[in-house]
Design a protein around this ligand. Structure first.
Ligand code: 13P
Ligand code: ZN
Length: 289
């Protein structure tokens, strides 16, 4: 089967366009990776070519290995490519890469028809995907985007996972149900580098969302719906918080820790207690002692 005719390519392109339509992908902003299933690789193999093996490195001269992903195939967006063009011409903007048996080299087996490289965040995607596969073999999608409200909050909320998560949780009941382990925060660090990649992968060991201060967010999921839906939920809550902050620096009414705990049994979840601290004030951004 041709990659262009596959359900996988269609789902990937739909997610890219959904993200673009949300306004999360100005210019070449954002990137998307998907760890393919063995049966997807087999079905598409006839459409593959053999590119040359390349090192995987965060910086020039740097070489990284992801042994937990050895031999796997990934659908990845191209560096400098625009999400708004993916659905129009997937073959020019997306590629499929294969990792070698040591997990330290990749080659392009499909796509980037007019040349180019996988996203500059490739090592970060692979670091995340490796951690996620160890967490749950069904975890396949890593998504990076630039959602405006979430980014705006990184200028006014403390860059503290506990506080940031709690404020997001309080805006929409659904949040604590969808991501009960909360949001991890990476302070401003240069993007595309090893430090930010390793900090994000550390977060992904336990949490499904990482916010990069003054830049964007990374999230993960077992499929495109779950990864997109997760980002959509975070950003919706961030939008409400921006609206609340534009009216008042504090809240008159809110969801209490006891309210959150009531969600655990009916939704079969366990909201991490780290986020359910008592607050002495309803000022937005309150830091517990
Ligand atoms: P790429 O075009 O290399 O994927 O980079 C976009 C981006 O958002 C970097 O953080
Ligand atoms: Zn980015």
């Amino acid at each position: 089967m041709r990659v262009l005719d596959s359900e996988l390519m269609k789902s990937y392109a739909r997610m890219a366009m959904d993200g673009f339509n949300q306004g999360w992908h100005e210019r070449n902003g954002g990137n998307l990776s998907y760890r393919m299933k063995a049966e997807e690789v087999e079905a598409l193999r006839d459409d593959f070519k053999e590119g040359e093996w390349r090192v995987i490195g965060w910086q020039k001269g740097d070489e990284s290995a992801f042994p937990g992903l050895a031999g796997e195939y990934f659908m990845v967006s191209g560096s400098g490519k625009y999400f708004r063009n993916i659905e129009l011409d997937p073959e020019a903007n997306v590629c499929i890469i294969e990792l070698n048996e040591e997990g330290n080299r990749y080659r392009i087996v499909w796509g980037l028809r007019n040349g180019g490289m996988p996203t500059s965040e490739l090592p970060t995607h692979l670091a995340n995907l490796e951690v996620l596969k160890a967490r749950d073999p069904e975890m396949r999608v890593v998504y990076h985007c630039h959602p405006g409200n979430t980014i705006a909050l990184t200028f006014v909320l403390p860059l503290d996972s506990r506080v940031f998560t709690r404020e997001i949780f309080e805006m929409v009941t659904e949040c604590a149900v969808v991501f009960p382990e909360g949001i991890g925060i990476v302070p401003w660090v240069i993007c595309g580098g090893r430090q930010i990649g390793e900090m994000t992968a550390e977060i992904m060991k336990k949490q499904d969302v990482a916010v990069w201060a003054h830049h964007g967010a990374f999230c993960c999921g077992k499929d495109f719906d779950l990864a997109f839906g997760l980002m959509h939920t975070v950003e919706k809550s961030a939008e409400i918080l921006v609206k609340v902050l534009s009216m008042s620096p504090s809240k008159l009414n809110t969801i209490t820790p006891e309210n959150f705990r009531e969600l655990n049994a009916p939704f079969s979840i366990h909201i991490n207690e780290d986020f359910l601290y008592e607050r002495k004030s309803n000022k937005i951004g309150y830091v517990p002692e």
